[in-house]
Design a protein around this ligand. Structure first.
Ligand code: AGP
Length: 587
């Protein structure tokens, strides 16, 4: 199985070349092997390699049709045998797969005697289709019969030497058809299609498509009736999905943040007001999200409490089910997700909807599973976020929640002002001199064994997010925690020169967080103060002008930049951290 990239073309001048560049546009998602198969001269030809794509062209013959895949291993090690595409015994069928076939052991029994090259669940499906084809002469129908047997969240793409079309089937892992008459394409990610077409069809769960150069026919797994799918136009430009001159996507996306916030302040007020109304109406409200998005949700919890005096709970996606018992028709589930494909978040929303709750989502990718699952969606309109470490999507979510909190007080203009103040503060952080100082600090701390990040109130989720950024891209063990927790055990970890970032904004937490930092300093910790004013106890000071409730935004940008420079100082690629993928579409 793989969790990452799929790219396929039905009719191209040089399918291998086009697929290779399509896969390269997907590599930001993280992977550890890749492969391409094309129809060339009467049989399928393939090239598969472990590691990253290190070639500028394939060794495949020119061909019109092909499929390609980047794999992020879970079932079975990183080997050529486990890399996709997988083949059947005849070598005439090639299959690529994203997701996990939960019942692959049962299915394996049905292909006893078939020669398997690897140990993946995906390969079993290729042989099952081969077996089905012996009786069912039509590839589309054979694939349909087989995928109906599979359990789990998957996407399959099948190509066969004897059939002039591709078959794509989806039950959970994203698949997008690139509509280009005469040259229809397919990918797991809109961004890789942008250079070819902006017309796309998002396959829904339980749908299977026959894709030929001029034909797209979609049916559901369980009926032969054609489904008329909506062709959507993606208004991202290929440029916005590229690095446009920055050394890494992460840095580009950090620098996108002022315009992302400006756009939100100018165009999201109405939707934020609607969100505020939905919150006011609901009996109990849960925000649900994972990773960075969960810290945006936790920040929202403080903002709704502090600004609107409203209780809005937040839960981590993978923990949400354990709140069963009081999710009901009066509940509102607000899901936050950049990709809209995070399985733990998706399943939580399905769980809440099954209990009658209303689902509103803040999501960055239009047409994503979460967008389509939700009753209402507020698009972050942050533009494509490709670095594994989420930056601008985090700020966009918090900014929209901030606006909604002010809207509940009928003071939206105040929220707009705060976001504009935060934007000005961020521009100062992004200027050359400030960045130079952050780079210096990163070099100084690059060998730290661990780093602590302290915050109180809404600076507590800021501390958690700062820690995740540092962990994710520099692999330094960073721990964010509520400053008040120091005395309850955490302070035992402080060694001589342990760097400790302290969020000390101009709010009600200032005095207490400073005294917490003193405790760390008294035990040899080095204090890096992120604050609106200097303080004699700071060993290093990073100024962040006060922007009221939105100060969390520039505060987090300081941490994003520090994390980025720590990664560089440690010779790492911040865009593709080890073991991580941009969108976690498997449990
Ligand atoms: C954030 O930097 C990480 N890449 C990760 O925690 C991410 O936020 C999480 O997987 C949720 O992703 P989503 O926003 O696309 O749902």
């Amino acid at each position: 199985m793989g969790m990452c990239g799929i790219f396929a073309t039905t009719n191209d001048q040089d399918a291998g070349k086009t697929i290779l560049s399509g896969l390269k546009k997907l590599e930001y998602r993280g992977y550890d092997s890749w492969g391409i198969a094309v129809k060339g001269g009467g049989k399928l030809r393939s090239q598969k390699q472990t590691g990253r794509i290190a070639v500028s062209k394939t060794n495949l013959p020119k061909s019109k049709m092909g499929i390609g895949h980047t794999r992020w291993a879970t079932h079975g090690g990183v080997t050529i045998g486990n890399a996709h595409p997988h083949f059947d015994c005849t070598g005439k069928l090639a299959l690529i797969h994203n997701g996990i076939v939960d019942n692959y052991q049962d299915l394996e029994k049905k292909v006893k005697g078939h020669e398997l090259a690897g140990e993946t669940d995906s390969e079993i499906i290729a042989h099952l289709i081969e077996k089905e084809l012996k009786t069912e002469k039509d590839l589309f129908l054979a694939v349909k019969k087989v995928v109906r047997l599979t359990e789990g969240y998957n996407a399959f793409v099948v190509m066969h030497q004897d059939f002039p079309y591709l078959v794509a089937a989806k039950t959970g892992s994203p698949l997008v058809i690139g509509v280009k008459p005469g040259e229809n394409l397919l990918s797991s990610d809109v961004a890789s299609l942008l250079g070819h077409t902006k017309q796309v069809i998002f396959l829904e769960d339980g749908q299977i498509a026959k894709i030929a150069p001029d034909v797209i026919r979609i049916e559901s797994y369980t009926s032969a009736k054609e489904i008329k799918s909506v062709v959507q136009t993606i208004n991202w430009t290929a440029k916005s999905a590229s690095k446009s001159g920055f050394p890494h996507f992460m840095l580009k996306e950090i620098y996108d943040q002022p315009s992302v916030l400006t756009n939100i302040a100018e165009s999201k007020v109405k939707e934020a007001r609607e969100l505020g109304k939905a919150i006011a109406k609901a009996k109990n409200i849960f925000m649900v999200a994972c990773g960075t998005a969960s810290y945006a949700a936790l920040a929202g919890q403080y903002l709704f409490a502090g600004i609107a005096g409203k209780q809005v709970n937040s839960a981590i996606g993978s923990e949400f089910y354990y709140y069963d018992g009081f999710i009901n028709t009066r509940s509102l589930c607000i899901a936050l997700s950049q990709s809209g494909e995070t399985i733990d978040t998706l399943q939580s929303v399905k769980f809440a909807k099954d209990r009658g709750a209303k689902a509103i989502s803040l999501v960055n990718v239009k047409g994503s599973s979460l967008d389509r699952l939700s009753d209402e969606t507020i698009l972050l309109t942050a533009g494509p976020e490709k670095a594994v470490a989420s930056t601008k999507a985090f700020l966009a979510k918090v900014a929209i929640l901030l606006l909604a909190a002010h809207a509940m007080n009928r003071k939206t203009p105040h929220g707009v002002i705060e976001i504009k103040q935060a934007t000005r503060a961020i521009r100062r952080i992004l200027d050359f001199k400030y960045q130079k100082y952050l780079k210096k600090l990163a070099v100084k701390f690059k060998h730290s064994h661990s780093m602590f990040i302290l915050g109180r109130g809404v600076s507590y989720p800021a501390a958690l997010e700062a820690a995740l950024k540092i962990k994710e891209v520099s692999y330094i063990h960073a721990e964010g925690f509520a400053a008040g927790e120091l005395k309850h055990g955490v302070i035992a970890l402080v060694n001589q020169n342990t760097p400790c970032l302290v969020f000390a904004p101009n709010d009600e937490t200032y005095r207490d967080v400073i005294s917490g930092a003193m405790e760390v300093k008294a035990r040899g910790g080095l204090i890096i103060g992120i604050s609106h004013k200097p303080n004699p106890m700071f060993d290093f000071y990073l100024p962040v002008p006060d922007s009221g409730n939105s100060t969390i935004l520039p505060n987090v940008v300081v941490a994003q930049c520090l994390a980025y420079y720590l990664a560089l100082a440690r010779g790492l690629d911040p865009d593709m951290p080890r073991n991580l993928a941009k969108s976690v579409t498997v449990k």
